[in-house]
Ligand binder design. Structure first.
Ligand SMILES: C[S@@+](CC[C@H](N)C(=O)[O-])C[C@H]1O[C@@H](n2cnc3c(N)ncnc32)[C@H](O)[C@@H]1O
Length: 247
């Protein structure tokens, strides 16, 4: 599998510093974890480490893994610079059991990470691997910005707009896939550079998750449309999936 983030990793945090996550997301995860008595959490697509930092600061025991060595290198640096030591492993989330012997109370796979897999076969392999690494009554949380509503928005989006840097998403959709062309433009006097990264996501919506998670053996599958726990609907900006592994 190709690492789509091998170069993008080093500029990924131009989205904003890793502390700059939404407060609502923190409240959401903390609430749901507290209700389920979660202590140990694996972020299996940890990227540059923003959720690892957040969850460690909330007092959870956290582990991070990601397929991309470059993302892990940036995560390690980000966490080290903030005085935070968290075990980080390179691992494809289809094969978590090859790296992790322990089981977790919760596994998170956040911000459009699972849709990097394009076939039902790969998606089921990943969901089964996640289930396999969950303890009894363990929780799986998946989040993404792809929703029925966001798929209907204009195809060009300015995501970061600073005097020295702009990040623009140009999106192309068909029935099954969404390609995001990420255009990074550094435009200060000191730094003139442009980069393009192209990421193809499988479009997975509420019914797809219900089907795949059920097939992988998850139960109690819930879909939220925001971090305030409103149900997912046609106007949602986010799709947040919570499922349980009862065995
Ligand atoms: C859009 S980024 C999200 C990163 C992070 N979760 C966040 O919220 O910023 C997607 C991440 O998924 C990772 N990823 C994609 N496919 C993967 C796989 N098969 N196994 C593990 N990680 C994967 C990428 O390397 C990347 O770090």
């Amino acid at each position: 599998m190709k690492d789509l983030y091998d170069k993008f990793a080093y500029d990924y945090d131009e989205f904003g510093p890793i502390e700059a996550y939404l407060g609502d997301e923190k409240t959401f995860l903390n609430k749901i974890f507290s209700e389920h008595g979660v202590k140990n959490v694996l972020d299996c697509a940890c990227g540059t480490g923003q959720h690892l930092l957040m969850l460690a600061q909330l007092g959870y025991n956290v582990w991070g893994s990601d397929f991309s060595k470059a993302m892990l290198e940036v995560a390690h640096k980000n966490l080290h610079n903030r005085g935070c030591t968290i075990p980080l492993e390179q691992c494809d989330f289809r094969f978590l059991e090859q790296v992790f012997e322990i089981k977790f109370d919760a596994i998170v796979c956040l911000t459009n990470s699972l849709p990097h897999l394009h076939t039902d076969e790969d998606l089921l392999t990943a969901l089964r691997s996640m289930k396999n690494r969950l303890s009894k009554n363990g929780l799986l949380i998946l989040t993404q910005g792809t929703t029925h509503f966001t798929l209907s928005l204009p195809s060009i989006e300015v995501v970061v707009n600073r005097p020295d840097f702009s990040r623009i998403f140009v999106k192309e959709n068909d029935d099954r896939f969404q390609t995001i062309h990420i255009l990074d433009l550094f435009h200060s006097a000191e730094h003139l550079e442009s980069n393009q990264y192209d990421i193809v996501y499988r479009i997975l919506l509420d019914e797809d998750y219900k089907r795949l998670l059920s097939q992988a053996g998850f139960t109690n599958i819930r879909m939220y449309g925001d971090y305030k726990m409103n149900n997912y609907d046609a106007k949602s900006w986010r799709l947040i999936v919570v499922a349980e592994s009862l065995e």
